[in-house]
Design a protein around this ligand. Structure first.
Ligand code: PSU
Ligand code: MN
Length: 304
């Protein structure tokens, strides 16, 4: 493990609230220059809410937990950057490549560094029925005990199938101040969550109960996107169908599929999905920081 991971472990031991953040969203999910602005804004929001951000990424073969501002800039502007899920770390290390870590990749490194809370935009999930494209994020959620804050799964996915998979793998799906699973760009999906919680303290109490039972899975906290930029389901549905069809026609699949769909949606909606995406990322960073603070307060209390 890299020096940075060890440093993060030390910070964690002295109970500084840490919030891990992913970087595929910067390298593959958002266009430039909004990606770097967003990365910086997320770090600022985390600090304003009393936690320390640890953005995770890979630079020239080194896994870094807690990218500096200069490193964020390097990553946001890097060419030929790899999308790093769990299977890709070793390749990036031996080839000394630079890459953004996905939800699964970020959870792996954050967990090794002892960080318990992570905020992202939308998790990966099950793509269209019959495609057998199931994000490694779901397996990571199944076997990594962390609190993951998101706005649900991206609307480009098969949401009922994604929820079924999470149920099979024993991952609690928490609605944060909602009874409904959010659909990333939209506040509504018509699909239920497994439990509803309303405060950061309740989330921490739930996670502690889950893990004290010996569960190994994550607790997925789903916060609806902010109402001001969220899009009604019907408003994005047409664009999603079109983007999916184009992906099929152009034979785009595997790791390239999610970035392609996100970019096409942005174009097809005149930037409305991008605005929603940026807003919900900041909103999740805020809640993630609040949960990280509540978690560290709970741990500290027990230690005294
Ligand atoms: N959410 C976003 N934008 C993104 C992603 C999520 O708003 O770019 C990224 C995450 O890093 C997630 C990845 O882990 O997409 C999922 O990719 P795949 O479906 O190939 O596993
Ligand atoms: Mn995939």
């Amino acid at each position: 493990m890299s020096k940075q991971i060890i440093e993060a472990q030390i910070l964690n031991k002295i109970s500084i609230p840490l919030l891990s953040l992913e970087s595929t969203v910067l390298t593959h999910g958002l266009p430039r220059p909004q990606n770097l602005t967003l990365a910086r804004d997320m770090q600022r929001v985390v600090r304003e809410n009393g936690a320390t951000p640890a953005t995770i990424g890979v630079l020239e073969g080194k896994v870094i937990v807690g990218l500096t501002d200069a490193q964020l800039e390097q990553l946001a502007n890097a060419e030929n950057v790899r999308k790093i899920s769990r299977r890709d770390f070793a390749a990036a290390i031996v080839k000394k490549e630079t890459g953004g870590t996905t939800v699964a990749g970020t959870m792996f490194a954050a967990h090794r560094a002892g960080i318990k809370v992570f905020a992202t935009g939308g998790i990966g999930g099950v793509h269209e029925a019959g495609s057998l494209d199931i994000s490694a994020d779901l397996q990571a959620l199944a076997d990594t005990p962390m609190i993951v804050v998101c706005a649900g799964a991206k609307a480009i996915l098969d949401l009922p199938a994604t929820l079924e998979y999470l149920e099979t793998m024993g991952v609690p799906v928490i609605g944060y101040q909602t009874d409904e699973f959010p659909a990333f760009y939209s506040r509504e999906s018509g699909l239920p969550v497994s439990a509803r919680l309303d405060t950061p303290q309740e989330v921490v109490a739930f996670a502690k109960a889950h893990w004290e039972l010996g569960m190994e899975s994550a607790v997925l906290v789903c916060q609806p996107p902010p109402a001001i930029t969220a899009l009604p389901r019907q408003a994005v549905e047409g664009a999603i169908q079109q983007a999916r069809q184009e992906a099929r026609q152009r034979n785009i699949h595997g790791q390239a599929l999610t970035p392609f769909l996100l970019q096409r949606l942005n174009e097809l909606t005149d930037g409305a999905t991008l605005r929603a995406n940026l807003d919900l990322l900041l909103n999740n960073a805020r809640l993630g920081a609040q949960i990280a603070c509540a978690y560290s307060a709970a741990i500290h209390q027990r230690a005294v």
